[in-house]
Design a binder for this molecule. Structure first.
Ligand SMILES: [Fe+2]
Length: 283
């Protein structure tokens, strides 16, 4: 097995930083502004984009046992649904959705490079071709953690993502931390770079070599006052086994780092037959 620097880095550090091409960086920054504008719209407008299986808007609250946040989960099929509903004519509301389409195209070279390294290192076929074949396996989630809380409160519970791998495309303030070697560290925050880390499916197909990275979000001074905006890209692997959430529950229920020391035979029991994950099953 001849490991590339990319694979060695993610195995050693838990994540890798990747430079943005200029065009992608510009559209992500524009998309952040447009997402903020969407969040400022009235409840009535936002709820027209109601969440269904392939994405949409939803607001979740701590009182219901979720993080306090509003999110918009998007994929190409999801955007097409809103297009068919004629909702995309509301320009103010939808600018970030046309940005999402552009991001999903412009990010492909980064995904191609990473998946090629995984395929070659671990002798696995069809990761990228599957993602391309099933467009809802590539999705972007726009997130707005609501203001409030106290500085250093945990506003995003520790968890691992359940799909293939995740790119943190944009954060408007620090506060994301990752758990590694029994300690919490701040995840780098750099407008010129994205952070890529593995989810449970990547840990499975690399036979425990690339760990799904445990991460959490803490409130900062800025987020307590004006909230926290971020943009995250998820991939999932439609032809690989998926984490069996209906049996094992949310990954938030496990202790941080539970998946770092688990034996591979125990780990594989947590997965079921392959299928396309719904938006709620990815993270
Ligand atoms: Fe996550």
């Amino acid at each position: 097995m001849n490991k590339t620097n990319i694979i060695k880095t993610i195995e050693t550090n838990g994540f890798i930083e990747i430079n943005y091409p200029d065009r992608l960086k510009k559209v992500i920054i524009r998309s952040f502004v447009n997402w903020k504008n969407f969040c400022a719209l009235s409840k009535d407008i936002k709820e027209k984009f109601i969440f269904e299986k392939n994405g949409g808007y939803e607001k979740r609250l701590k009182k219901d046992n979720y993080d306090n946040k509003e999110t918009f989960h998007t994929s190409i099929p999801g955007i097409k649904r809103f297009d068919r509903m004629k909702l995309l004519k509301n320009q103010t509301a939808c600018l970030f959705l046309s940005d999402a389409s552009t991001i999903l195209k412009e990010v492909l070279p980064i995904l191609e490079n990473f998946t090629k390294q995984v395929e070659e290192t671990f002798i696995i076929k069809k990761i990228l071709s599957d993602i391309k074949k099933y467009p809802d396996c590539l999705s972007i989630r726009y997130i707005h953690y609501l203001p409030g809380n106290n500085i250093s409160d945990i506003i995003g519970q520790p968890h691992v993502d359940k799909g293939g791998f995740t790119l943190h495309l944009f954060e408007d303030c620090d506060g994301v931390e990752y758990f590694w070697k029994n300690l919490w560290y701040p995840l780098p925050l750099n407008k010129n770079k994205t952070v890529l880390f593995g989810g449970l499916q990547l840990q499975l197909i690399t036979k425990n070599s690339v760990k799904a990275l445990c991460h959490r979000i803490l409130a900062t001074k800025k987020s307590t006052e004006s909230g926290r905006y971020s943009i995250v890209l998820f991939t999932n692997f439609p032809s690989k086994p998926y984490y069996n959430k209906s049996v094992y529950g949310r990954s938030q229920n496990f202790p941080a780092g539970f998946n770092y020391t688990i034996s591979f035979s125990e780990f594989t029991k947590m997965f079921a037959r392959s299928k396309k994950m719904s938006a709620h099953e990815i993270s």
